[in-house]
Design a protein around this ligand. Structure first.
Ligand SMILES: Nc1ncnc2c1ncn2[C@@H]1O[C@H](COP(=O)(O)OP(=O)(O)O)[C@@H](O)[C@H]1O
Ligand SMILES: C[C@H](O)[C@H](O)[C@@H](O)C(=O)COP(=O)(O)O
Ligand SMILES: [Mg+2]
Length: 471
């Protein structure tokens, strides 16, 4: 039996700690801790409660003792773009502001006055999302320049937790690319860009790649946990870890389906052609310097907010069943409209959109849920058409990974609308990708090819084919 590795995967709606080890050539998982993650209001900003999250990480590690398991390594991945700035005493200068905060409204356009959009895309290959780190830092520079002046270390969220575990500071490549501040060709921080923007380049750390052993736990934490661990860098951008777990990448488009739907393909080089810019695709960094050619689609965030608007009266499974019963309801919204990024009330926002577009206004929970799911698939369909246009080829398969792959109705709608074979699973793709990167660092798995073979042999997937031709 192989050594145990512990994955910490924190998405925008939930976090989980999952133990993984190899047994008879298969990857065995054991989820030992799960917790909610939510944006909280702190002062004038939407923030992440990083103190609460770090306490949840420690609570999960302490559960290893109850299981009498001492993992050899731990690896942390989270959502992208967000960060913490440390001062000269290694203390956070501000709260960890969340990417849905409106502080970046209008900032992208300000940055384009400094560096043209086309040039920024050619150098970074990163999609234009108004919450990218580049815009968050530029907003900070404009509103609170004194904060940037005091900043001695820029750490993204997983890297901040790594610092709390080890005292070591490092930026990790896959997540660093999501900032839109890394040059897609040099794979380094783009110092010329930072100078143009007047952002102090000295606070950025060396960029390390996945499978790097960052260090071991601090003495204080070893005594708290009762054991030490190697702290390994997986692909610390959660989607970077998720894509590692796509068992079949040949001729396959993946949809990493969680709070966001990240739809794309794996590629060996960045694609920054005009069409990729026009369709707003990104080239985020992957393991072994691969590229994740993908785009963000609003995702299951919308149904998470609908669930919250109904005061959690319905489970996700119940909302799917209610949607299933609304066969005649067909209104569609543009899920990628900024109005759905952080509305006061998602249900009302969806209803207003349908009113404004002279469509039947959804009233029941089932109609609201069906509208969300059908609208997501509409956006998936467009993205798939764009990918096939850019690659000048058809992709016969769509692999849905992440929590959203449990939504059997959504999987079936994707198959019906796209007439492609939909493969659903693995659910915990992100944690699996995190674990195999650690096991590669520990020498338990040789390389990504062996990792993907193990993953394919370890997890059941479900397949969906077109059940009827949709109009
Ligand atoms: N039983 C279920 N049926 C349908 N959808 C589900 C089910 N369980 C989870 N989901 C969907 O999965 C989403 C969470 O996916 P996950 O990958 O955990 O998100 P994240 O990593 O962004 O926090 C939920 O928002 C929900 O829509
Ligand atoms: C803000 C980013 O686009 C976002 O983090 C996305 O890249 C991502 O990875 C989301 O993962 P979830 O698990 O939170 O859906
Ligand atoms: Mg996730």
């Amino acid at each position: 039996m192989s050594k145990y590795s512990l994955a910490v995967d924190i998405g925008a709606s939930s976090g989980r700690l999952i133990l993984g080890h190899l047994e008879n050539g298969k990857l065995q998982l054991n989820e030992i801790h799960r917790f909610e993650n939510n944006i909280v209001q702190k002062g004038e900003h939407y923030c992440w409660d990083v103190d609460k999250l770090f306490n949840e990480i420690k609570a999960g590690i302490n559960k290893c003792k109850d299981l009498d398991v001492k993992p050899e390594s731990i690896g942390i991945d989270t959502w992208a773009v967000d960060f913490v700035l440390l001062d000269e005493n290694n203390k956070p200068l501000t709260d960890a502001v969340a990417y849905r905060d409106p502080r970046t409204d209008g900032i992208m356009e300000e940055v384009f006055k400094v560096i043209p959009k086309e040039k920024l895309y050619l150098e970074t290959g990163i999609q234009f999302q108004k919450f990218n780190t580049i815009y968050q830092l530029y907003a900070l520079k404009q509103k609170s320049p004194e904060v940037l002046k005091k900043a001695k270390a820029f750490l993204m969220i997983p890297e901040y937790f790594n610092f709390l575990l080890t005292g070591k500071k490092a930026n990790e490549y896959t997540n660093a690319t999501s900032t839109q501040l890394v040059n897609a060709f040099t794979k380094k921080w783009d110092h010329e860009l930072l100078d143009k923007l007047g952002i102090n380049k000295e606070m950025f750390q060396d960029i390390k790649t996945p499978k790097t052993v960052l260090g071991t736990l601090s003495e204080e934490l070893v005594s708290e946990f009762g054991f030490d661990m190697k702290v390994v860098l997986p692909a610390t951008h959660d989607t970077g870890s998720a894509v590692i777990s796509v068992p079949e990448l040949e001729d396959t488009i993946y949809i990493s389906s969680g709070t966001w739907s990240l739809i794309g393909v794996e590629n060996r080089f960045p694609i920054c052609v005009p069409k990729a810019l026009e369709y707003n695709f990104t080239n985020e960094g992957g393991i072994d310097y691969r590229f994740r050619f993908l785009k963000n689609i609003m995702g299951l965030w919308m149904i998470q907010e609908v669930k919250r608007n109904y005061n959690d009266k319905y489970t996700f499974a119940e909302l799917v069943d209610l949607a299933r019963s609304e066969k005649e309801f067909n209104s569609i919204v543009n899920v990628d409209d900024d109005r759905f990024l952080k509305p006061e009330n998602m249900i009302e926002e969806i209803q207003n959109y349908c009113k404004e577009t002279n469509q039947q206004v959804p009233q029941t929970p089932g109609q609201i849920a069906k509208c969300v799911y059908e609208s997501l698939v509409e956006s998936y369909k467009h993205a798939i058409n764009e990918i096939e246009e850019i690659f000048e080829k058809k992709f016969p398969k769509v692999n849905v990974i992440g929590g959203g792959c449990q939504n059997e109705m959504l999987n079936q709608i994707i198959a019906d609308v796209t007439n492609k074979e939909v493969v659903a699973g693995p659910i915990e793709a992100t944690a699996i990708g995190n674990i195999v990167a650690q096991l590669m660092a520990l020498g338990e798995i040789k390389d990504i090819s062996q990792a993907r073979t193990i993953i394919k042999n370890s997890f059941e997937v479900k397949t969906y084919k077109q059940s009827f031709v949709r109009g």
